[in-house]
Write a protein that binds this ligand. Structure first.
Ligand code: GLC
Length: 751
């Protein structure tokens, strides 16, 4: 027995000795930090420099000698971008890179449902993983300061609390696939106009209470593995080489252990980038689309120029080692993560996810006479009017543009849904943007129509007289200045003469339903003439199915606005108090060629008074309020109560109420809790969103909703002492169905 045991013992030891002991960095059972340090210790300075900047349009080098893989990035927040050429923005022409187009993030925010954010992140993360991408360049969480910002459709609205609650699950969902989410654009990228050269000027209250919270939540609660500093400046330093944003706040206050990946072309200098800049430099030799040097990657600011400074002894390698540690940590979390899932692409599950998010994000803004839902039992004749009923929307809008495997148009969705239960006719109504390509992705549609607006309107009005319902589908379209990267809108109005057409249709048929497709608020001068209005976002592949489902009543809409619809631009803080698009005198000076590239200031004079915070302050009635959205049923709220009249400094208080479905259909209500500080030593908004809950209720059903309130919900950022402060005194818990639809209040004191 003993001999056998000894024999087997030495066999085992021979085996293990034979099986070469893996180096620590290659051993998946080793803790990541040990693997990072081991890999770092084996790298040469040249290899360290190679991994902190791009080697192609969307990838960074690995360390071939050590078997450390290169890292691949991909846009965008709504789906996985089609493959581009090594050093170009143009298509690589692959035939396997079509994707599921998920709804734009404004739609996700409009669901007010964190479960949808988790579903979204999980699904898009699976597509990124399947496409072997290590970093998803999204989500975007810049706050909606002006309705003219071209990229608001990629973001999550005007309120920092809503954006914070929705971004965290998205990030967790993405990263459970072994793909890094790269939250962007950090920070203060609240306009596209002069995005490379405007300098945001604002006080710390606005910075910490409005513009940072969603990024902080993404990092501290979401555990984002990457973040993308933006193009613009803050305190006269570009965000990608900004001491306060990157060193003091991100790495200092938030203890961020991930990678800061520059926006493409956002790095401008070597030295600041060494000491207070990004960890990975991308896109430096392009201005986004035209300028570029073939394979200029070794000339990047953090490439040879940096290496030279080290060789000259100007810098040591501790800054370089810190950057490389972060890049290696990213590699071990993603490309070298041996336990990551395998992903999936274009699956029925992803179509289902896209559909559910769209279903839950569509917002019913108005529904007089219960014109909606369209009752198919009556075998109605529908006339669909408008270019957006047929135009592909997944192509265009900038870097979030996609090559969707399919996109169901609103018209096709309605035709499929109505089937033989009615008749669906279509007229163009107006001609907007007949183009349909971006970076070489062609929509393949020929929308050319050389009839005049008058002819188009006459045709539509004439047809509208002889049908049961007119479904107008218009809005914006992600073309230049119409919700598009690098081009803000120039006004709040709908383009292409749509306002006149809508008014004409309203006169021709009382059952007019207007569906506005946009990622921004638009002016609605015809709002009183139109009985039913639906806010349809850029809904992605499942657009037509989701819209048809809501319009015909298969789905009871439950979306709520993530931003205020102002009546006019001057009702917006940034336009009435603040500067937009920038300091007038500097803008004037820029017209002179020698000043074209000057930095200009944009002063956020409105401070913390953004969105409904401004509307409340100035007692302005919005067209439609933040948090607004109707249902095909109705809900009643009981009077809210609190479990204690006085909240101790570090205690908790529970606000309770009962919500009842008092209508004829099952539905979902978004109960919103706002907190009002009745007396504060610094100016505060009248109320601020501090909790919300989406509640499903069957006909007649009641549910108790409870919100827990603690001092964080009562605090404001006191920039005199750089600290969050909850001041003792009286507060009010406000329960509401929107920022303008208050259902109950209850006072309490903070001791
Ligand atoms: C773009 C965008 C950024 C995008 C990047 C790569 O300029 O600002 O959101 O991820 O470049 O396309």
């Amino acid at each position: 027995m003993k001999r056998t045991f000894l024999l087997s013992l030495c066999t085992v030891s021979l085996l293990t000795a034979g099986a070469q002991q893996l180096p620590i960095y290659q051993d998946p059972v080793q803790p990541i930090e040990a693997r990072v340090e081991d890999a770092l210790s084996r790298m040469t300075t040249a290899e360290k420099i190679a991994v902190i900047h791009a080697q192609s349009k969307f990838s960074s080098a690995g360390v071939q000698r050590l078997g450390i893989p290169e890292l691949w990035m991909t846009d965008g927040p709504h789906g996985i971008r089609p493959e581009v050429l090594w050093d170009e923005w143009d298509q690589a022409g692959w035939s396997n890179d079509s994707c599921t187009a998920f709804p734009a993030l404004t739609c996700l925010a409009a669901t007010w449902n964190p479960d949808m954010a988790m579903l979204y992140g999980k699904s898009i993360g699976e597509e990124a993983r399947y496409r072997k991408k290590d970093v998803l360049l999204g989500p975007g969480v810049n706050i909606y300061r002006t309705p003219l910002n071209g990229r608001n459709f990629e973001y999550m609205g005007e309120d920092p609390y809503l954006a914070s609650r929705m971004v965290v699950p998205y990030i967790k969902g993405v990263q459970q696939n072994g793909v890094a989410a790269c939250v962007k654009h950090y920070a203060l990228n609240n306009q596209e106009y002069l995005r490379h050269q405007y300098n945001a000027v604002l006080d710390d209250r606005a910075l910490y209470e409005i513009y940072l919270p969603a990024f902080r939540a993404a990092v501290v609660e979401g555990g984002a593995w990457a973040i993308m500093p933006s193009y613009n400046l803050y305190r006269k330093e570009h965000a990608a080489q900004n001491r306060r944003l990157l060193n003091d706040i991100l790495r200092g206050e938030w203890k961020f252990d991930g990678v800061a990946i520059s926006d493409w072309g956002a790095v401008h200098d070597t030295r600041p980038s060494i000491t207070q800049g990004v960890d990975m430099e991308f896109g430096s030799w392009t201005n986004g689309l035209t300028e570029g040097f073939k394979n200029a990657y070794d000339s990047y600011y953090l490439a040879q120029p940096y290496l030279k400074l080290i060789e000259q002894g100007v810098y040591g390698t501790q800054e370089l080692d810190d950057k490389v540690r972060r890049v290696l940590r990213l590699a071990f979390r993603t490309a070298m993560n041996t336990r990551k899932p395998i992903g999936s692409m274009n699956s029925p599950a992803h179509s289902e996810a896209a559909r559910r998010i769209a279903d839950e994000g569509i917002v019913l803004l108005k529904n007089d006479r219960n014109v909606l839902p369209i009752d198919l039992a009556k075998r109605p004749t529908l006339l669909v009017v408008g270019e957006n009923a047929v135009k592909m929307m997944t192509v265009g809008g900038g870097s979030s543009s996609l090559k969707a495997r399919y996109e169901i148009s609103p018209l096709d969705g309605l035709r499929q849904r109505v089937g033989t239960q009615g008749t669906v006719k279509y007229v163009r109504g107006y001609v907007g943007d007949v183009g349909g390509s971006y970076n070489g992705v062609q929509s393949g549609q020929d929308l050319n129509d050389d009839r005049t607006p008058e002819q188009l309107e006459a045709e539509a009005v004439d047809a509208a007289r002889r049908v049961d319902y007119v479904v107008y589908i218009g809005g914006l379209n992600k073309s230049n200045h119409q919700d598009c990267e690098d081009s803000d809108r120039t006004g709040l109005e709908l383009p292409y003469g749509q306002d006149r057409l809508i008014s004409a249709l309203a006169k021709a048929n009382p059952n007019l339903i207007v569906v506005n497709i946009s990622g921004n608020a638009v002016a609605m001068p015809w709002v009183k003439e139109v009985p039913a209005i639906v806010q349809g976002w850029y809904l992605g592949s499942e657009t037509g199915h989701a819209l048809a489902g809501v319009l015909t009543g298969d789905v009871n809409p439950s979306g709520r606005l993530p931003f205020t619809f102002p009546v006019r631009l001057s009702d917006v803080g940034a336009h009435r108090l603040g500067e937009y698009p920038g300091n007038a005198a500097e803008l004037e000076l820029m017209k002179q060629p020698e000043h074209k590239n000057d930095t200009i200031d944009v002063t956020y004079r409105e401070g913390i008074f953004v969105g409904y915070r401004f509307a409340d302050k100035e007692r302005i009635a919005p067209l439609f309020a933040f948090g607004h959205g109707l249902s095909y049923t109705t809900f009643a709220y009981s009077k809210p109560t609190v479990d204690k009249k006085t909240l101790s400094a570090d205690g908790q208080l529970t606000v309770s109420l009962t919500v009842t479905n008092t209508g004829m259909r099952d539905g979902e209500e978004v109960v919103q809790l706002y907190i009002s500080d009745l007396k504060s030593s610094l100016p505060r908004p009248v109320k601020e969103l501090k909790a919300f809950r989406k509640v499903a209720l069957k006909v007649g059903e009641s549910k108790e909703v409870q919100f827990t309130v603690d001092r964080t919900a009562l605090s404001y950022f006191d920039d005199r002492i750089h600290r969050w402060v909850a001041e003792p005194g009286m507060f009010e818990a406000i329960v509401a169905a929107s920022a303008s639809d208050i259902r109950g209040k209850v006072k309490f004191a903070l001791e």
